[in-house]
Structures are given as C-alpha cells and as structure tokens.
Ligand binder design. Structure first.
Ligand SMILES: *Cc1c(COP(=O)(O)O)cnc(C)c1O
Length: 433
C-alpha cells in the first residue's frame, strides 16, 4: 500500500518512506491510499480475540508489504502490553482508560508503535540512528520510553526550560540509558526550530542518521485506531449504537477513530470535545476554519490553535463539510466547566477524571441529552488524573492517588544538559556525542 500527501503535489511513497520523512515533500501529511475493510467474521468474533490479535488484524493491510508479519506481531505484543479497561459509569456511559501505559497518557500507543517501527527500519542501516524530539511535555517521554534500550538508537529530547510541569519534567529527565534530555532556554517553538534546522545541517547529516518523531507521523496514527476496536470488543451490549467522545487537540486521536470506522467498526457518531481552542468545533458549526494562536487552558495537551490532522479529516470526508457534520458533533468547554465536571463525576460516581477526560465527559453529556438519548457513549480518557494533580486538587480539594511507576520517577534524580536556543551550541553538543 502506498501513502499519498494531503497536498497532492508530491508522489505517493511507501510506508517506510512515509515514516522516515514524517512530512511529505510538498508539506502535506501522509494518508493511506485505501482504507481496507475488515471482514464480517472479524467483527462477529472480536470479543473472543486477544487484543494483540485484534490490533494485528487491524493494521496488517496497511503494513504487510513492508513489515514481515511475524515482526509486526512481535511489535504489537510489545506495544499492547498494558490493560485498556472500559470503566462503566452508568449503563449508557463508559470511560475507556487509555492511561495505563508507561507515561500514563494515551500517547503511549502511538509513540511506542512508532518507536518499534523506527527501530526495525534502523536495523537495516549501518549508522547509528539519532531520534530528535522537541516536546512541550507528554510526547517526549512517551517516545523515549518506546526507544529505551533499543540497540543502535539514541534519543535526544528537547524541552523548554520552566515550561513543563514538574511531573512531566521528571518523566523526561530521569529515563537515562540511551535517552538524553536537553533543557532549552527558550520556548517550545525554539525547540522545534532547533530540530528543524538540524535536519538541514550538512555536518550533522554526514555524521549521523537523523530522524524525527513528530506527532503527525503516520506510524503514530495507525496504532491509535486499535483501542476503538478494543472498546467495541469490551462492550457487553453491541446492539445499542455507540458514540465516541474524544478529547481533542491536534485531532490525531479522532482521525484514528474515523479510520477504524471506515474499516467497518460500527461507530454511530463521534463527538469532537475541545477546550476554548475550538477552531474545529466552529467549523462543524458552520463557520470558516480559521487557525489562530492557542490559548492556555487547564487541559493543556489540547491547547492547539491550528490542529494538524484537520487536513486528514477533510480527506476522509472528501472535503465535504456536510458529510463531516453527519458523523461528527463538536462542543467546547471552559476551564470553569471542566473543574465543575471533575467535581460532579467525583461526587456522583466516586471516580476522578483528568481535565482532558472531563471535557470529553461534558461533551458526551450535552449530546446524550440533546440528540443521542438512545445511544451509549464511550468517553476516551486520555490521561491519568495524577498527571494533573494541581488541577484535580483545585477541583476536589484532594490529590488523586499517584501510581507507583509515577512515584518512582518522581523520586529519581533529574539529569539534563542546559543549552541556549542558539543552533551553534546545539550542533556542537550533537557533534560531540
Ligand atoms: C495529546 C493529548 C490530547 C489530544 O490528542 P490529539 O490526538 O492531539 O487530538 C488529549 N489529551 C491528552 C492527555 C493528550 O496528551
């Protein structure tokens, strides 16, 4: 299968090429040329299948020409090695807990799968591969965990000094081994521009094989469709139509759900749940799509003013707004509403939501009341509440319980190298390794 660019100005490429280049030459995002349908028997037997088998069958058609199938199976077993429980809040509302991976956020699925694919591709090369990742918090540690101790791969994480939370910083800077964290005296944009410059630098290119691991990589999108299948497999009632409410920032999560639906998964509707950064919601409500600078909110992983996967969503609906509106409803909520929702769910159900999940919970409740009273809702829970202690504390006056693996990482010693945002300094650091 080939992967085409959403800008349609460059030629389609193989999966490996799409993964290694990240972005198409014409600046577009890669999309699979066709989306295969899974068989009727797959869906009839889905609740009897082990999850790695579900994931294997859901990804096989995209990847089989380039990854030998036993290798693909092995990768999936490495990636899907933690539980994904479907927690029932009420008969009509389920919370899909996507936060039981190593970094307690749903990004573990995509980042770990991409790490597996990149290390497989790197084995074919002679040089050591260096993965550069600019991160504003969550992505860096998820990617790094995926590459931890992978032979012939080194990961350099760049994060903006003083602009990530304490927990995020501990997660980024205590991994060690083949993972190096650089604390950049600048913003996330400065980190990103250092990475971009590195890719065009001749000296660096000569010395090492550089690869990026950014969020638009197709190898992160495909595995994010797996858990929609897992959720469906876990539902005891498969006759009541299912609506997925997805906390959204760059819309990679929701786009993966659309792909699962195209593969035949019986999803009735999606709800795009956002905070104040609501350009996609506005588009769904009939306004122009107008990207703008993002606003800071409590659900900060969704503070995106120009969601990169929107172009993939347009492709999936043949650039028709009305077709998109038939499948996706949008809603956006304020920080005050988010805090109140954390409180309400805790009071009613003795269950603690993180702020991102709270936004999706609000969105499901709104549409359940207005248009889906006869449906069941799956609210995707994208982060463990302990990752957002301060916000939970603010809402409930108590902190959530900290899982052991997070506690351990909080106790470890931080190791970083502090660099200015000057490219020369960064380059010298890389060449000196
Ligand atoms: C990244 C992230 C999101 C947004 O996911 P997208 O795929 O960018 O829409 C939501 N919640 C959490 C906790 C995240 O880390």
């Amino acid at each position: 299968m080939l992967f085409y660019s959403t800008n349609k100005q460059s030629s389609p490429v193989s999966f490996s090429q799409a993964v290694l280049t990240g972005l198409a030459e014409d600046g577009g995002l890669f999309m699979p040329e066709t989306i295969p349908s899974l068989s009727r028997s797959f869906f009839q037997e889905i609740d009897k299948m082990p999850w790695p088998e579900i994931a294997f069958q859901a990804s096989q058609a995209f990847l089989e020409e380039e990854i030998p199938l036993p290798e693909l199976r092995r990768m999936i077993t490495e990636v899907v090695n933690f539980p994904v429980p479907l927690h029932e809040l009420s008969p009509q509302t389920h919370i899909l807990e996507l936060f039981h991976g190593p970094t307690l956020a749903f990004k573990d699925f995509g980042a770990r799968f991409m790490a597996q694919v990149l290390s497989f591709l790197a084995q074919k090369r002679e040089q050591k591969t260096v993965i550069l990742v600019a991160t504003s918090g969550d992505t860096g540690s998820a990617v790094a965990q995926g590459f931890l101790n992978v032979p012939s791969i080194e990961v350099i994480l760049l994060y903006p000094q003083g602009k990530v939370s304490r927990i995020q910083e501990q997660q980024l800077t205590t991994i060690g081994e083949n993972i190096t964290a650089l604390e950049i005296k600048g913003t996330f944009d400065d980190c990103q521009s250092l990475v971009k410059k590195a890719f065009t630098d001749i000296d660096l290119k000569r010395k090492m094989q550089l690869t990026s691991a950014n969020s638009i990589n197709i190898a992160r999108l495909i595995p994010q469709s797996f858990y929609y299948f897992f959720a469906y497999a876990s539902l005891s009632d498969k006759n009541t139509p299912v609506v997925f409410s997805v906390p959204s920032g760059n819309f990679g999560n929701l786009t993966a759900g659309l792909i699962a639906q195209k593969m035949g998964l019986p999803i009735s509707h999606f709800i795009a749940a956002t905070n104040r950064n609501s350009v996609v919601v506005e588009y769904l409500q009939g306004q122009e799509f107008t990207p703008r600078t993002s606003e800071k909110t409590l659900s900060n992983a969704m503070d995106v003013g120009n969601p990169s996967n929107f172009t993939r969503m347009l492709e999936l609906f043949g650039h028709s707004r009305s077709q998109m509106q038939e499948k996706i409803n949008g809603a956006s909520f304020s920080d005050e509403e988010t805090l109140a929702e954390i409180q309400e769910i805790h009071q009613k159900h003795n269950y603690i939501l993180d702020p991102h999940t709270a936004v999706a919970s609000l969105a499901w409740k709104k549409y359940q009341k207005e248009i889906f009273p006869d449906h069941q809702g799956v609210v995707l829970s994208t982060a463990h509440p302990a990752k957002f202690c301060e916000t939970v504390q603010q809402a409930l006056g108590q902190e959530p319980e900290i899982p052991e693996r997070l506690q351990k990482c909080l106790e470890r010693e931080k190791k970083t190298t502090v660099l200015s945002k000057e490219f020369a300094e960064f380059k010298e650091f890389c060449l000196g390794r």
